[in-house]
Write a protein that binds this ligand. Structure first.
Ligand code: ADP
Length: 612
């Protein structure tokens, strides 16, 4: 199932689609930096106007004055005005380039990225299960800054060069309209060969994308620390990744060679036809004939009309060639906007507020499937009273994490209902509901921010209370601050990615930070999916004792493979193939002698020594 609509391949974008994408970028940029954008256009137009006056109008004037033997003072005046205009123009260009542009670009990047981030935070998690969607998402968002750059560049070209085209055209029409007949007659061929070249360039680029993505992935495997140890232990995998990298390179080479011939052929046709035949071949001959034989054109006019006529065809070609960039850019913008327009399906039906007091959580005949007809959870019913400690246990793939995802409303059940209090959780405001649950997943992330920010998961307000609460949450999660590496205590930056004083935490330490996050927020319901899997058995035991104490008035649902962690739970649910097959206290389940008891017996022998 491809959740991105198909209008995102360049070949399929119509002229209207391309215009719509350009309009979107225009609105975004002008809304973000109206003054700077106006200056951007002004500078583009000014540059081309000054080129026209310098090389066409002034040259023509100076040559005519000289040819007619008029006073040299006229030339001096003209040169003086030109020099003054060039100085003024250079100053304003420098101000734009060095003062306006460096501020404008980051502001535009930020505005575009904020739109993407805002909407990607709301996209249903289910979309991430779709590989095609995910690949396009990565590709499109990775191009966000480049989209702005390309837009600014093509806006510059189109505004400036259109003006230059009109000026040169008017100049030719006023002096020698016939000189334009051949270039204009030739322009359809020129446009056709440019379009052919454009199409081949875009097709080649599109075909390269999957291989470039693979190459990028293999590149990451070689430089990311996550893989470094693993690759050293498994040199064969290193070899395989190297081969995959080579394969991607070869495929990219093949595509380049395949389209290279077409691109070169049509590029050469356009250039050769335009420069050799149209400009120097026909146009110059015609002008020489008029000036030398018919004497209907002055030498001054010959030079400047020839220059203006070549400018007309040059600008036309340039505008057509730039259409390639516009079309390509529109492809990315269309992809990004498709992402922005995906409506979230996990919505609130009534927008009710979540109760502040602890409430009962109830699942009634809940079933769920990621993919139709492949149920992962089947007919789950359970009731969790406020303050209860609940354990979900079972073998890998039995559906524990999926159940937790439903509880967090990252997905909605395919059948059945989940109630918090007496209200279906679909009636609560989604963000408020999710925020009311503290969760620690196995794959939590540590951010390149301070230890404090990693606990807050927010911008610090730097109050004394906040400082104290963060320290307390870390203390309760048994994270030790008496570590010589934490030079600035909770203000110490984590990860060494950007800070030389940064600290890389061990797996166990990082897990404690993740647990401190939920303790800091003081939610009534805490869900922990294998929160202590990176801890050694003794640390895990101590942390669980601590958690039971800190969270004694909270409802806690935890998933753990280590049954020693779950034995003190008020109720243990044993899951198998998406169903709850046994439930009750540890003692009850042992007495039952079922799958839980079997699992316990295997693990007890393994963990016995370290826990007791
Ligand atoms: P557990 O937490 O008990 O190990 P999970 O809930 O992670 O089990 O997975 C239950 C089943 O759902 C597994 O068969 C797994 O392959 C499948 N599954 C998990 N996530 C997805 C997903 N995003 N898309 C499709 N299938 C999934």
């Amino acid at each position: 199932m491809n959740k991105l609509n198909s209008k995102t391949d360049t070949q399929k974008l119509t002229f209207h689609d391309i215009l719509m994408q350009q309009l979107y970028l225009t609105r975004l940029c002008f809304r973000t930096a109206p003054g700077a954008m106006t200056l951007h256009i002004f500078e583009a137009v000014k540059l081309q106007v000054s080129i026209f006056f310098e090389f066409t109008w002034c040259t023509n004037y100076v040559l005519e004055v000289a040819e007619r033997g008029e006073p040299w003072s006229k030339i001096l005046w003209c040169m003086g005005i030109l020099i003054a205009a060039i100085i003024l123009s250079t100053v304003s260009a420098a101000i734009y380039e060095h003062s306006v542009q460096p501020k404008m670009k980051p502001a535009l990047y930020r505005a575009f990225r904020m739109e993407i981030y805002k909407s990607s935070a709301q996209i249903d998690l289910a979309y991430y299960d779709d590989t095609a969607f995910y690949q396009k998402f990565i590709l499109a968002t990775g191009e966000a800054d480049a989209c702005i750059d390309r837009y600014l560049e093509t806006l510059w070209i189109y505004c400036g060069h259109t003006v230059q085209f009109i000026l040169a055209l008017s100049f030719c029409l006023s002096l020698d309209p016939y000189v334009l007949i051949i270039p204009l007659l030739a322009s359809p061929f020129l446009l056709w060969s440019c379009m052919k070249e454009n199409k081949a360039v875009i097709q080649a680029r599109m075909e390269r994308v999957p291989y470039e993505q693979r190459r990028e992935y293999q590149n990451r495997v070689f430089y990311l620390a996550d893989y470094a140890r693993d690759l050293r232990q498994n040199p064969k995998m290193q070899e395989k990744c190297g081969m995959d990298f080579q394969h991607s390179n070869d495929e990219i080479g093949k595509i380049n060679r395949h389209y290279g011939k077409t691109i070169t052929l049509f590029g050469f046709l356009a250039e050769a036809f335009n420069i050799l035949i149209v400009s120097y071949g026909i146009t110059l001959s015609l002008l020489l004939y008029q000036a030398m034989i018919l004497k209907s054109l002055s030498l001054a006019n010959l030079v400047t009309v020839f220059y203006a006529a070549t400018t007309v065809t040059d600008r036309l070609t340039y505008l057509v060639m730039s259409w390639k960039t516009i079309a390509e850019n529109s492809t990315y913008v269309a992809q990004i906007r498709t992402l922005l327009d995906i409506p979230p399906t996990i919505l609130s039906r009534k927008g009710q507020s979540v109760p502040k007091h602890p409430c009962e959580l109830r699942l009634s005949h809940v079933s769920f499937a990621y993919v139709p007809d492949r149920p992962v959870l089947q007919d789950i019913s359970l009731q969790i009273k406020p303050g209860q400690k609940i354990a979900l246990v079972g073998y890998n793939g039995s559906g524990k994490t999926t159940l937790v995802k439903l509880l967090l409303r990252l997905y909605d059940p395919t059948e059945g209902q989940i109630f918090l209090g007496n209200t279906d959780i679909r009636d609560y405001d989604v963000m408020e509901y999710r925020n009311a649950i503290g969760s620690v997943f196995q794959d939590f992330k540590i951010y390149a921010a301070t230890l404090k920010e990693n606990v807050l998961m927010d911008v610090a307000s730097d109050t004394k209370e906040e400082y104290y609460d963060v320290e307390k949450a870390l203390y309760d999660a048994r994270f030790t601050l008496r570590d010589h590496r934490l030079l600035y205590q909770i203000e110490t930056p984590l990860t060494t990615e950007f800070e030389k004083d940064g600290v890389n935490l061990s797996g166990g330490e990082a897990q404690k930070v993740a647990i401190a996050r939920t303790l800091y927020r003081r939610q009534n319901l805490i869900i922990m999916d294998e929160p202590s899997s990176a801890l050694d058995p003794l640390s895990e035991y101590l942390l669980n004792q601590e958690l039971n104490e800190i969270a004694k008035d909270k409802t806690v649902i935890f998933i753990s493979h280590r049954l020693s962690t779950t034995r003190d739970a008020d109720c243990i649910y044993m899951m198998d193939h998406g169903r709850i097959i046994e439930s009750g206290t540890h003692e009850k389940l042992l007495a039952l002698g079922g799958k839980y008891a079997a699992m316990w017996n295997v693990q007890a022998s393994l963990y016995h020594t370290s826990i007791s």
